[in-house]
Design a binder for this molecule. Structure first.
Ligand SMILES: [Zn+2]
Length: 249
């Protein structure tokens, strides 16, 4: 009976590893669903993009703030699906799931905002960028979604140029999103899922390895479908947790 059971387990693992829809579980044996506190002592900053109420505070969010050698508006409103599901809400949902996953492994998590509310605005990009600097955080993931009409589906990962640890984190993140079966955006500059940009305060002001992820294109029906479903959001969160885990370990 034992050999048969062993065979069944191996077969299930192999099948799980090749199935596109459930790839994440089988393909990443180093990131098992356990409660092992192997991220104990690690500090991660999660930045859940724009605040939901930003659009109601145009004057406050257009105020200029330091962005890393130049100034930029405090924040923007973010995008939405054609059906009206806001980017801020998507970012928030994925960020909270990512937080829970990392905390379960023993990591400490700082969120750059503590609510997703139509009555709130900000924080500004300079505060998002500096979050975790003084505490000596180990990495930062800024969660966003794009809104490119006619751009097709897909994610891309952004890092500030000339920052080797951030580029490394970006590559790890891209690999984990790909391993989760998520498509790479074709409409961005690099078209290989990586974008190097020096104009983002959130990345410029971070003194730790930091990336911004545009997890998908909210204006694309396929991405919108995934982003508005709980299972789709869990898939993004799981891939980001795997990236953080891989980078820290
Ligand atoms: Zn955004």
């Amino acid at each position: 009976m034992r050999p048969l059971l062993g065979f069944l387990v191996v077969a299930a693992l192999l099948l799980g590893g090749t199935g596109a829809g459930m790839g994440a579980a089988g393909a990443e044996p180093w990131y098992a669903e356990t409660d092992a506190a192997d991220l104990d002592g690690r500090l991660v900053v999660i930045d859940p993009g724009h605040q939901l109420g930003n659009a109601r505070f145009p004057e406050r969010i257009s105020r200029l703030v330091p962005a890393g050698g130049f100034r930029k508006p405090c924040n923007t409103t973010g995008t939405a699906t054609n059906g009206g599901y806001p980017e801020a809400t998507f970012n928030w949902a994925v960020a909270r799931q990512l937080q829970r996953r990392l905390e379960r492994r023993g990591a400490e998590v700082i969120l750059t905002r503590d609510s997703n509310s139509r009555r709130a605005w900000g924080p500004c990009v300079d505060r998002r960028g500096r979050a975790g600097n003084r505490a000596g955080a180990d990495l930062k993931i800024s969660i966003h979604a794009d809104g490119a009409h006619g751009g097709g589906p897909g994610f891309h990962v952004i890092a500030a140029p000339h920052r080797r640890p951030s580029l490394q984190l970006a590559k790890v993140t891209r690999a984990r999103l790909r391993a989760a079966g998520l498509p790479v955006a074709r409409y961005t500059a690099g078209a290989d899922g990586l974008d190097l940009r020096g104009d983002l305060a959130t990345l410029n002001l971070s003194r730790m390895p930091a990336v911004m992820v545009e997890l998908g294109n909210m204006r694309d029906p396929r991405d919108a479908h995934r982003m508005t479903s709980p299972s789709g959001r869990a898939r993004y969160a799981r891939a980001l947790a795997a990236a953080a885990y891989r980078f820290l370990r």
